[in-house]
Each structure stands twice: as C-alpha cells, then as structure tokens.
Design a protein around this ligand. Structure first.
Ligand code: GLU
Length: 381
C-alpha cells in the first residue's frame, strides 16, 4: 500500500525522534498513571536500542501537583506554578524509575519560550541535548511552568514539542494523545467517523475535522496538536499523532505496515525526490478522470486539482493514496496524492470547493490534489 511505502521511507530516515506525551495520557483524576509511564519508558528505550535517539517531551506536572496539593487554590497562576513545582518532581521520579528499569539514564530540561527564542541559550540547549543523546541518555523536557509568566507561556506542550523537534533537528515528531489520531468526525455522533491516516499537505485546512475548543474529537486538544504538527511539518519534520494509551504504540508507529495514527507529511522534503517518489515509487490505487479545464490547469498552469474538475472517480482508494490523473480522453497525464478517499470524492466531484464541508460534514482542504503533491508524467496537452 502506498501509505506504507511512504511511511517506511520516512521512518527509515528518522534517526532523531521527539516523542511528546500529553497529560491525557499521563494523568488521571488522582495523579499520574505510573503504569503507563513505565510502559512508555520501555517503548522509548526499545527505540534507542534500534539505533534511534529519542527526546521525550512530557506534560503532567501541573496535574500531578494539583492532585498532590489538595488544599491549593487551583485557579491562580501562582497556584498553578506551585503545583508545577511539586508535580514536576513526581513526573521525573516516575520517568526516572521507568527508564532505570531498562538501565537507561534520564536528564531533565525545563525550558521557557525565551530559552528557545534567544540564540545563545537556544544553541546551548541544543548542545546539551546533543551531548545527552550521544551518551545514550533520554532527555525529558517540559515547559518551565514555575517561572514562565502568562504572556509568554507556550501554554501547551504541543507547541513546545514542535519547537524542540526543530531545535534537535529531529526527522520525526510523535505526538501521543488519548485518541487514535485525527478523525473525520466525533465517533460518538457519527458512525462513519474514521481515522485520517495521512495528511499529505500540512497547509490543509482540516475544517470540521477538528474540534476548535474542548470537544470529544481530541479531548479538546486536537486543534493545538494539528497546529503544532503543521509547524513541525513546515520545518521539514514528519509528524505522527497516535494514541499513547495503546500498549505497544511506539512499536507500531515505527512499523510501516501497522497503520497507526495520523501521519502529517513534512512540507519541504526535497521537491525533486518527493515528485520522483510520487511518480515512480507509488503504484496508483485509483484514477480521477478530469474535465478539460482541470487537466489544463494542472498540466500547463501549475494549479492544484479542485473538486469541480473531476468527472469520474475510479477505484477504491483512501485519503493520501496516489492516483492517476486522466484527461477527458482517458489518457494518464499525471499522478498525485489525494486529500480525500474515493468514497468522499464520489460525493463532491463536480462541485464547488465551498460545498465540500456541507456535503461531507467536514473539509480536509479545498484542493483534492495539491500542486506540491502532483507530478506531470507527460508534458503534452
Ligand atoms: N507543562 C504543563 C505540565 O506539565 C502541561 C502543558 C500541556 O499539557 O500541554 O503540567
């Protein structure tokens, strides 16, 4: 399957990986989930043993501290910072215990926005991280909540994780949360809600897929995860959003055949190699027959493919698969990665982009095939 081949190439290349574990995975009402942390420590350690270097971005300090300090007035900033001071030690104690069981040391870095914005401090942090990783130590990073003041707080560790991923020049960022990945709807309300296995275009709008605020799709946080994912993807880092509560999740993330989570493709893999890959490495899983206007727009004008130009959908492909693009005579002139599945395209073909959200109940992107994901096979119109 096309997605498996793509994943394989990205994963083979992923020597440095940032794994971000959110509070939804690490905490429950009464504090930290020690068993989940022990399991994840073992899974991270296993990645090290395959020759990768892993940086862990952890949450849970404030939640753990609040659970410990039952008498604390929880609402004020100072109370949250006090909770972080107490909880951070507990978070580290559990990571340390989990990794010690595997014989692996951990190091702690607490970072603020300024640390990452200031060139000198940033360079120092990067060097420290290099040294830790070279020594086989797992760096465990959290925001320094005890000193970060409201205006400049990164606020959520999703943002922190994408900044850390570019700081250490990781090839992959894995965001572990409590849902399977990005879904096409609320599974409790829509029986047809499915996992979006691939987001080929980090600029994609993803409207309607993601709860903007707190909501069941991503426990309130999927919008911020996608934002962080896009940031990382724009910096050339692939991102996988997956469920950290599933035992063995990291092993599956690194198994190209396992189809775990949502993969967001990096934007700036070298275009030439990306296009070669689309043209030659992938086998089309279906085809789209286009009208003359759309075929010309792709062939001659370097535009993206929109729903309005599609006359017919052939085959049963999924979102992110490679498809053949056919001119009105049925001749294949190009190939591209689709932002929608065949079933979805059957419903939106010939329609205006503005109608997609209404027809499907969500919208991944205006483009059916983005120009960056299109490759011309024959130049002749
Ligand atoms: N830095 C916060 C903490 O450790 C977590 C922020 C987040 O969950 O995104 O409690």
């Amino acid at each position: 399957m096309a997605q498996a081949r793509l994943k394989e190439a990205l994963l083979a290349n992923a020597r440095r990986v940032v794994v971000k574990v959110g509070s939804a995975v690490l905490t429950r009402e009464h504090g930290l989930r020690a068993e989940v942390m022990a399991r994840l420590a073992a899974e991270v350690d296993a990645l090290f043993r395959t020759g990768r270097q892993v940086v862990l971005v952890t949450s849970g300090a404030i939640a753990a501290g609040k659970a410990r300090l039952a008498g604390l007035a929880h609402s004020s900033m100072a109370a949250r910072q006090a909770a972080a001071a107490v909880g951070q030690i507990e978070v580290m104690a559990l990571w340390s215990r989990g990794f010690r069981a595997r014989g692996r040391p951990v190091g702690q870095l607490l970072l603020t926005h300024q640390d990452l914005a200031d060139r000198r401090r940033r360079r120092n942090a990067a060097k420290t991280l290099d040294a830790l990783l070279e020594a086989g130590v797992v760096p465990v990073i959290n925001e320094n909540d005890t000193v970060a003041v409201e205006e400049i707080r990164m606020g959520d560790n999703d943002v922190l994780s994408s900044l850390v991923a570019s700081l250490v020049q990781a090839q992959l960022l894995v965001i572990l949360t409590d849902v399977a990945g990005v879904l096409t709807g609320d599974p409790r309300r829509r029986s047809d809600a499915r996992l979006v296995a691939l987001v080929p275009d980090p600029q994609a709008e993803m409207r309607g897929l993601v709860a903007q605020k707190a909501g069941p799709l991503g426990s309130g946080g999927m919008a911020s995860k996608l934002k962080a994912a896009r940031q990382a993807a724009k910096a050339g880092i692939a991102v996988i959003i997956a469920c950290g509560l599933e035992p063995g999740v990291l092993g599956r993330v690194f198994d190209p055949a396992a189809e775990t989570g949502t993969l967001v493709l990096p934007a700036n893999r070298r275009l030439a190699s990306r296009k070669q890959w689309i043209a030659f490495a992938l086998r089309p899983a279906g085809a789209l027959e286009l009208d003359r206007g759309a075929a010309d727009a792709l062939r001659a004008k370097g535009r993206s493919l929109l729903a309005s130009g599609i006359r017919e959908v052939r085959g049963d492909f999924g979102c992110g698969d490679c498809v053949s693009l056919l001119d009105p005579l049925g001749v294949e002139f190009g190939r591209g990665l689709v932002n929608y599945s065949a079933r979805e395209l059957d419903r939106v073909k010939g329609r205006q982009s503005a109608e997609i959200a209404r027809l499907l109940g969500y919208k991944v992107a205006d483009e059916i095939v983005h120009r960056d994901n299109f490759v011309l096979l024959s130049g002749e119109p």
